[in-house]
Design a protein. Structure first.
Length: 714
């Protein structure tokens, strides 16, 4: 039966060409039936593709009359037809079909089989020289017999032995011999050749040689004492035979173009080894890393919490912080350029560039100025240097001292610098500062927001405290970028594969850019990706004022242009690749702890919310029905009654729970510990995804996860 296919194309000419390619034949070897002519339609409505049926002829001879179609006419017709925007519909159909069939698998590697050697058991039978009449024996590997006129020894021949009697091969498993017979015995030797292979790592810095020495098995007859019915026994001796030579290795290295870093001692060991082993026979020179640009700070930045502990363990509330201060014109720090690394050399003697180094991303607020490589203060105040990876922000903060209560009479306080409130913060009021906030009395039903630290000498009642909020925002945005970049790398990989396929090369995507292809990929394979990008962009927009590093804004704009915008910008593979690299740099920066960290230090909290990118310390009575998040360590010297607390770098608490059954939850990441002096019945602790609820009061709890990710309680 003749082979037939239905082929589609933008026009008759393309439909025929596609079909001929699939059938792997020429126009002269098929019959062509036009099923449907192409139709452009009006405003893309009613557009139709060309459809033809190609049937392979049984006899391959030149006869174009049967087809009823002049192929040259189709060529001329196609040349006269312009490519319009409507043609993209067919391209989309082709690419949608191709992408729908994709199956995205995780990369895997095949482990090479290892050779195993089965030891050969050696059978030995003591020699017996009692050569009786009518018997045969084996002595020193030679078969001997002493027959008589009335009795002849019988020999049993096991498999693996060829016996020739009087020059004729014996085919039976036993035979009778006499002293006059010429008996010849053949024992086959076995030889296993040495196996070896050479591999090179992906960076061409190491060449490894794996050697599996061969061996030779020599077989002889084992000595057996005289017997009327003698069974021959084979004795085997195994000897290692490593046939690998120095010349073999050098020849293979030459094939791999290895020219540098030969380890001749390892090569000698490899050719002399009697056991299987791995040898590093060539080693390149790894590049030496350089150093990114940095800022050396020349002034004191750290502010003590101001709460000093006496010898008896109590707190000295009279001790006041020593706040760092600088004068106008004082040098705050020095900016250093990046130091490039030293290139390495591959085993193929090619240069191996060192990892690229980058300058600092320096942001100077209006109170400071850069002169040459120095950063100089333009006013007196408290210096603040915020470091997170390559990003460095330098400012000088003034201080506002509010001597009364913060209430309706004073109004809310918003200040660019440090704020000290000598009175209370009363209900419904707000204190917000770009530096540290210090409050001498109580905080009641109000909101305290600081870019730096918060220190309160009075209790916190039904209030919200947030310290280092911008740091938490950066960390949160970094977590979103990690998810986005994971998907982005998969999209890049698929684009690389698709652009090499014949289906892609037959389209105009190369000329128009990748935007149409990206639209199809998002629709068919990455439907959740636009949602990730949208969530990230919304968070960037919401916290735009708090984000000092403007690179987050740039990345948000680029993601929107590539994956959310409906316009037709010419997006290239290189553009997306550079975007992925920038996202990765921002993610790494976001995971770097900010220097110096913010902190919250208070005596107690009731029905409140505390958020801090650094440590939180509650040194008084403790916490009641509060929600606490510490980006650093959480330390509570008093009691927790109800609520939820989290310490990213661990939790240490004196007492948790209550007799009234208030639900109390304590959580840390899976690599951190929870320490509690007294955990009451009903208290729940959670480390990573592993939770435990105490059914009775337990003292001196030290909880963590072991290597099997099971919770350990000491």
């Amino acid at each position: 039966m003749a082979q037939s296919i239905i082929s589609k194309g933008r026009d008759i000419n393309e439909a025929i060409s596609v079909g001929l390619t699939i059938l792997n034949t020429t126009i002269n070897d098929v019959n062509i039936e036009v099923i449907q002519n192409e139709k452009k339609g009006f405003l893309k409505i009613g557009k139709k593709t060309a459809v033809v049926k190609l049937t392979k002829r049984k006899n391959t001879f030149n006869d174009s009359s049967d087809s009823g179609i002049n192929h040259q006419d189709f060529i001329e017709q196609a040349a006269a037809r312009e490519v319009t925007s409507e043609n993209m519909i067919d391209e989309f159909e082709l690419m949608e079909k191709l992408i729908s069939q994709l199956d995205i698998d995780e990369d895997g590697s095949i482990k090479e089989d290892t050779l195993s050697e089965t030891p050969i058991n050696e059978t030995s039978v003591p020699t017996n020289n009692n050569n009786g009449m009518g018997k045969a024996w084996v002595e020193n590997g030679l078969l001997q017999c002493n027959s008589s006129s009335t009795h002849y020894p019988v020999i049993t021949v096991p498999k693996g032995i060829n016996v020739y009697k009087n020059k004729e091969r014996v085919t039976s498993s036993s035979l009778i011999i006499t002293q006059e017979d010429d008996i010849q015995i053949e024992l086959a030797e076995e030889k296993i050749e040495t196996k070896w292979n050479i591999s090179m790592d992906k960076n061409h810095l190491k060449v490894m040689l794996n050697v599996f020495p061969g061996y030779k098995i020599t077989r002889t007859l084992a000595d057996v004492g005289p017997s009327e019915h003698l069974k021959l026994v084979i004795k085997e001796e195994k000897s290692v035979d490593n046939s690998l030579t120095y010349e073999d290795i050098i020849k293979e290295l030459d094939q791999l173009r290895v020219k540098y870093g030969f380890n001749h001692n390892e090569i000698i060991k490899a050719i002399e080894t009697v056991e299987k082993g791995e040898f590093e026979i060539a080693t390149g020179l790894e590049p030496k890393p350089g150093k990114n640009g940095w800022v050396e700070v020349l002034v004191k930045l750290e502010t003590e919490s101001g709460l000093k502990e006496k010898e008896d363990g109590s707190i000295d509330f009279k001790e006041i912080n020593d706040i760092p201060a600088i004068a106008e014109g004082q040098v705050i720090g020095v900016v250093y350029d990046p130091v490039p690394g030293v290139p390495g050399v591959t085993v193929q003697n090619d240069p191996l560039p060192a990892k690229q180094t980058f300058p600092v991303v320096l942001q100077l607020d209006k109170e400071v100025e850069r002169v040459g490589d120095q950063i100089i203060s333009l006013q007196a105040g408290r210096p603040k240097v915020e470091k997170r990876g390559l990003f460095v922000r330098v400012s000088v903060l003034p201080k506002l001292t509010h001597k009364a209560n913060v209430d309706l009479e004073s109004g809310n306080i918003r200040f660019r610098g440090d704020v000290e409130v000598l009175g209370k913060v009363e209900e419904g009021m707000l204190v917000e500062a770009t530096g540290d906030i210090t409050i001498r009395k109580e905080v009641n039903r109000s909101k305290i927001l600081a870019a730096g630290a918060i220190t309160s000498y009075g209790n916190i009642m039904s209030s919200e405290l947030s310290a280092g909020k911008s740091n938490m925002i950066i960390t949160e945005l970094g977590d979103h970028l990690a998810k986005i970049n994971m998907n982005l790398k998969m999209i890049l990989k698929l684009i690389e594969q698709l652009t090499q396929s014949p289906a892609f090369k037959n389209t105009d995507f190369n000329r128009r850019g990748l935007k149409p292809l990206i639209i199809i990929l998002l629709e068919k394979k990455f439907r959740g990706f636009p949602g990730l990008v949208k969530t990230f962009n919304e968070k960037v927009t919401k916290h735009k004022k708090e984000i000092a590093d403007k690179r987050f804004l740039d990345v948000s704009s680029q993601l929107n242009q590539c994956f959310l915008s409906l316009n037709r910008e010419n997006v290239t593979h290189e553009y997306i690749l550079n975007l992925s690299k920038e996202i990765h740099q921002l993610y790494e920066m976001s995971q770097t702890p900010v220097e110096p960290e913010a902190f919250i230090t208070i005596p107690s909290a009731v029905n409140s919310q505390l958020y801090c990118s650094g440590d939180i310390t509650i040194h008084g009575k403790g916490s009641v029905h509060s929600k606490i998040y510490a980006g650093g360590k959480l330390k509570i010297r008093g009691i927790i009654r109800g609520g939820e607390v989290f310490g990213r770098h661990g939790v240490q608490i004196n007492e948790v729970g209550s007799d009234m059954g208030a639900v109390t939850k304590i959580a840390v990441p899976r690599d951190q510990k929870i320490r509690i002096d007294k955990a009451m019945d009903g208290t729940t602790i959670k480390i990573g995804n592993v939770a435990h609820t105490f059914s009775e009061t337990t003292h001196f709890v030290n909880a963590y996860l072991n290597e099997e990710q099971k919770m350990v309680l000491h």
